[in-house]
Design a protein around this ligand. Structure first.
Ligand code: SF4
Length: 376
């Protein structure tokens, strides 16, 4: 069950078919990191099977005009979030900085800890960032009217459906993501279309918004967002190439973890929580002044997005979540580039369109604000 307490799951597949069948629409799909290590389970594959290439192939056969990777958005998220953290550390900003890419967790803090809403990173989540870039950067590049573009996000998450409708995340009153469907809904679409998933060839994402690094893949598991941020921070703070990118101290499956990462003689104290009960514990410590972390990653679902409410059901089976987690780290290891700011297409995006990371244009398009919400 979704941690946001959604009792019934909205089924948005008909909306996707409608968009795909509309010749006036240009339909772009993006897939979150956790989908590629779980979708295969819906087609009889073993837990932990990596099906990135078959997933892309299936999406192309379903009729999407472009198949992009939310991982590109995750790489941009890291560039922005790491810059924001550096800014807070160096300029006396409020610490700890909390990650903000999990909408169930953001909703939790807005409702339950309204006095702390200024501590999460202001960065939008990866699929919202990618949706924004599709309707601005990509639309301009391809000379397509953004009003004709429909962005469909395939997410491991039910809470992302509500997130996409948040007015705070829109640009000029237009949604950046139009439809969100879960991993299970994608599986249903593939079956409905009569596609033999297991026999599909492996295909590559489209360019340029399909390029990604290993750092963005690990967003799919608990500890991954903060490890990705540390990889970038390490290079920025030392000015040297990071040779060993695996930060084992940040990995694991325990619900509450902490680690100290030394960079250039400075100790960064990191906290990690998954599950909202664990998050509450960390937030109570911040509220009472007992916390001395620099940064904290929080994910609502057990294991992070690999265990999300939109994934193939795992019925609390830890083994399935652990196999998906192992697959996420294998996918990271298989990548040629494993640090977000080294993604060449992300570099091009900043050089030709956004300007400085965390600068005026990047902030206007890629950041938001959070506000206290009435307690429910
Ligand atoms: Fe969604 Fe769960 Fe991932 Fe949060 S941890 S973004 S609720 S799937």
């Amino acid at each position: 069950v979704c941690p946001t307490a959604a009792l019934t799951e909205a089924f948005h597949v008909p909306k996707v078919w409608e968009a795909l069948n509309d010749p006036e629409k240009y339909v772009v799909v993006q897939t979150a990191p956790a989908i590629r290590v779980a979708l295969g389970e819906l087609f009889g594959m073993e837990e932990g099977s990596i099906v990135t290439g078959k997933m892309v192939s299936a999406l192309r056969r379903l009729g999407f005009d472009q198949v992009f990777d939310t991982d590109f958005g995750a790489d941009v998220t890291i560039v922005e979030e790491a810059k924001e953290l550096l800014h807070r550390i160096n300029d006396g900003g409020r610490l700890p900085m909390l990650t903000s890419c999990c909408p169930a967790w953001v909703s939790f803090i807005e409702h339950q800890f309204p006095d702390l809403v200024d501590i999460p990173s202001t960065c939008k989540s990866p699929h919202i960032i990618l949706g924004t870039l599709i309707k601005t950067y990509f639309a301009e590049k391809m000379n397509i009217d953004p009003a004709k573009i429909v962005v469909v996000s395939i997410m491991p998450c039910i809470a992302k459906k509500a997130e996409a409708a948040r007015t705070e995340l829109s640009i000029d009153h237009h949604d950046n993501v139009d439809i969100v469907v879960s991993t299970r809904e994608l599986g249903a679409m593939i079956k409905e279309a009569g596609i033999d998933f297991n026999k599909l060839p492996d295909e590559e994402f489209d360019h340029p918004l399909g390029e990604s690094t290993g750092a963005s893949v690990i967003f799919g598991t608990t500890g991954g967002v903060i490890e990705a941020a540390v990889r970038t921070l390490h290079e920025w703070m030392t000015g040297e190439e990071l040779k060993q990118v695996d930060f084992q101290a940040l990995r694991g499956i325990d619900g509450l973890r902490e680690a100290i990462i030394s960079i250039n003689g400075k100790d960064l104290k990191i906290g990690i929580a998954h599950g909202l009960g664990n998050a509450r514990q960390l937030l109570e410590d911040i509220r009472s002044g007992k916390s001395n972390y620099h940064a904290i990653e929080i994910m609502a679902c057990p294991g992070g997005c690999i265990g999300g409410g939109g994934q193939p059901y795992h019925f609390g089976n830890d083994k399935i979540v652990k196999e998906r987690q192992k697959a996420i780290y294998r996918e990271d290891e298989n990548k040629n580039i494993r640090i977000s700011h080294r993604n060449p297409e992300v570099q091009k995006l900043y050089q030709t369109y956004l300007g400085e990371p965390y600068g005026e244009k990047a902030y206007r398009l890629l950041h938001t604000s959070f506000a206290p919400k009435e307690r429910i």
